[in-house]
Design a protein around this ligand. Structure first.
Ligand SMILES: [Fe+2]
Length: 366
């Protein structure tokens, strides 16, 4: 079975944040709650004609179940017909959870799962300010007493995704990290054991667009930056319907341990994971296809990617990030454990042991 979910509308237009009136009118939205965080409110609040909205601007990074319950208790008397989430993954996941509470006030968010038949009674609109993929996906990540709860339900895919390239990251490091993340995410969406023709079509195109545009986007070429935006959405749609894999498990673990940006972390581990995964016959065929997209061949795929990464100054060894080797090795057990517990590991095409993970972490030292 193939189930493919995505927003009913994806609108990509520079400057659209300045006037959301038409979109809201078309949807017959009268009483929307705008959800964001303090930083973004200060940065972008002026662009929004806020007299039209109610505002909640207290979303904190990695929102907890308790944060959402508290916000809901304060807001539940208002009859909102829509939630508009302006922000990164935390704001969007917060908004998805809040929309669920407005629809089912007694709902226990800890029990959210993909198999339940849920119907939101409130419209959900996402305006992403980073490329978390949450704006096009059914996934929700909440925290609960220091535990991460990766959950999801198809009813939580935003109805409309409004992408304004003007408010997307413009600084070189953020663009690099964004582009590398889209590149890795698209590759993993293909390698994943639940990929299908629909997800492959999006991922394959995304890989090539990133490859062709990332350098120029980092040099602030506006057209390249818009192309990169679209490629990131395509990668997000692909992976949210097919999963990611081992690179993301290593990247999540390493990134959260050493506070390294997501894209930088996953990019670092990509070459090592390809060398590891390629020995699996079925997966090798997928990498052959990926090599073709990059005008290369399977023997030269890793070298081709390393060359691309060198050109855009994406680190490929832990040492490149000035991380002390001794501290890295001290954290090794913790990192292996975190990576092994990551839910994305289930999408790698074959079983990966803790020893395999350990070896990959050691190889990445360089
Ligand atoms: Fe990613």
């Amino acid at each position: 079975m193939v189930v493919f979910t995505f927003p009913r509308k994806i609108i990509i237009q520079s400057g659209i944040l300045n006037d959301l009136t038409e979109i809201l009118e078309n949807e017959n939205i009268q009483n929307a709650l705008f959800v964001t965080d303090d930083f973004l409110y200060n940065l972008l609040g002026k662009k929004l004609k806020l007299e039209k909205f109610s505002l909640f601007k207290d979303v904190k990074p990695e929102p907890s179940v308790d944060d959402i319950e508290r916000a809901f208790q304060n807001l539940k008397e208002k009859n909102f017909d829509a939630i508009i989430a302006l922000g990164g993954g935390s704001v969007i996941d917060f908004s998805k959870s809040l929309a669920l509470k407005f629809s089912y006030p007694d709902y226990n968010l800890r029990e959210l799962n993909p198999f339940e038949n849920i119907k939101l009674k409130i419209k959900l609109i996402a305006i992403p300010t980073t490329f978390s993929g949450s704006d096009v996906s059914f996934a929700v990540v909440l925290s609960d007493k220091n535990k991460k709860l990766p959950m999801g339900n198809y009813s939580l895919v935003p109805l409309i995704d409004i992408v304004d390239p003007e408010i997307m990251p413009k600084n070189e490091d953020l663009i690099r990290s964004t582009g590398v993340d889209a590149f890795v995410t698209a590759i993993e969406a293909i390698v994943s054991n639940t990929s299908n023709i629909l997800t492959d079509a999006l991922a394959e195109k995304s890989i090539r667009i990133v490859y062709d545009n990332l350098k120029d986007a980092m040099d602030n070429n506006e057209n390249a930056r818009e192309n990169l935006t679209i490629a990131s959405i395509m990668a997000g749609l692909a992976f949210s319907n097919s999963g990611s894999g081992l690179v993301h498990c290593l990247g999540h673990s390493f990134g959260s341990t050493f506070h390294i940006m997501h894209g930088t972390s996953v990019g670092l581990f990509l070459p090592y994971v390809i060398e590891f995964n390629v020995k699996h016959e079925e997966t090798r065929k997928k990498y052959e296809r990926i090599s073709g997209i990059l005008d290369s061949n399977i023997e030269k795929l890793v070298e081709k990617i390393l060359e691309f990464f060198r050109e855009i100054k994406q680190p490929v060894r832990v040492r490149d990030l000035n991380i002390n080797e001794k501290i890295y090795l001290e954290k090794l057990d913790e990192m292996v454990e975190k990576a092994a517990m990551d839910s994305e590991l289930a999408f790698n095409p074959f079983f990966v042991s803790n020893d395999d993970i350990r070896e990959l972490f050691i190889r990445a030292l360089g």
